[in-house]
Design a protein around this ligand. Structure first.
Ligand SMILES: [Mg+2]
Length: 331
């Protein structure tokens, strides 16, 4: 009989499969999601026999990992959705400067715990908690998140809010290699991997070819209490663009440009955080879009909830140039 050895679970650092040898010499093999759920099952039990981890590949299946994050977020925010008519107290200001609600913290915790369950070492860059390091293993990367983008919509039962998760090796926008934005109400997932395209629910997406301002549907964030300073910038824009929309969750609005629902999304308030745009930035680029500042310089900001950006995100270069022209006198 094999000795009764209890291993701490160590196997999710890489894409592993797990060989389990029981006292009766039954041999069980788990991999992928089955392995993840088996991990959770084992954590609830005190006694098991012998576990041997076998490394198959040093790669992380990011789509799978972020899909587990998605399910964890949905599970952990569900109590707050059921009671969203009850007002939630503000829990102070997050690292990005907005008021924190319990639902924001629940979503953030769900993401952190999922990465910890996979035994990953990472630096979190979050709108809520700021910059924090987790784990001790050798593999390190940055996880930039807005746990809930559109919290005000959620609290008012407006079905437009999302979670945004981006992965990079360096804490800068241009280094992001993985991005996922989850439309939590409609259960729609946008996902992109650098140089591998962008997808909506696993279907490849592309930006719009429309370059006519009178036909285009344009997103414009107008949520600002500094209207005197801000208004000259948007006056010309609103006058020339026929159809303007603002839905209230910027990461998801970038994905709407990515899959051609809208032709552009513009934020000239100087208050949008890089944590909000990180995942949407990659999804838009991989779908064929363009994202620059108001002087047509590609965005390459540091990923930090305290750093704010102005930008024009467009479906194609022709409409991008027209939009740059509309704001050039106000940069
Ligand atoms: Mg947020």
């Amino acid at each position: 009989m094999l000795p009764q050895i209890k291993f701490d679970l160590f196997f999710m650092n890489y894409n592993l499969c797990l060989l389990i040898i029981t006292a009766d010499l039954d041999i069980l093999l788990f991999s992928g999601l089955g392995l993840y759920y088996f991990n959770r099952y084992l954590k609830q039990r005190k006694n098991y026999t012998c576990i041997v981890g076998v490394q198959i590949s040093p790669k992380i299946d990011w789509l799978e990992l972020l899909s587990v994050c998605k399910e964890a977020i949905k599970r952990d925010i569900s109590p707050y959705l059921e009671n969203s008519s009850e007002s939630q107290p503000d829990l102070g200001k997050g690292a990005g400067g907005d008021n924190i609600k319990l639902v924001d913290l629940a979503a953030e915790k769900a993401i952190i715990e999922t990465f910890q369950n996979w035994d990953l070492a990472f630096t979190l860059i979050s709108e809520e908690s700021g910059v924090k390091k987790f784990g001790t293993s050798s593999q390190k990367f940055y996880v930039t998140i807005d746990p809930i983008d559109g919290t005000t919509n959620l609290m008012h039962k407006i079905p437009f809010y999302c979670s945004s998760i981006a992965i990079s090796e360096k804490p800068i926008l241009s280094d992001i290699s993985i991005g996922m934005v989850i439309d939590l109400f409609h259960d729609v997932t946008y996902f992109a991997q650098k140089n591998k395209g962008a997808y909506c629910n696993k279907k490849k997406i592309f930006t719009s070819n429309c370059d006519s301002l009178k036909d285009a549907l344009l997103g414009l964030d107008v949520n600002s209490n500094k209207i005197e300073k801000f208004f000259p910038r948007i006056k010309n824009f609103i006058a020339k663009a026929k159809h303007i929309r603002h839905f209230g969750a910027n990461a998801l609005e970038l994905c709407y440009v990515a899959d051609g629902k809208t032709e552009a999304f513009v934020d000239m308030r100087g208050k949008l955080r890089t944590t909000d745009v990180a995942a949407g930035y990659l999804i838009l680029k991989e779908a064929g879009g363009i994202m620059t500042d108001l002087k047509n310089i590609p965005l390459d900001s540091k990923l930090d909830p305290r750093i704010k950006v102005n930008f024009i995100a467009s479906g194609n270069i022709r409409i991008h140039k027209k939009l740059l022209n509309l704001v050039k006198n106000y940069c």
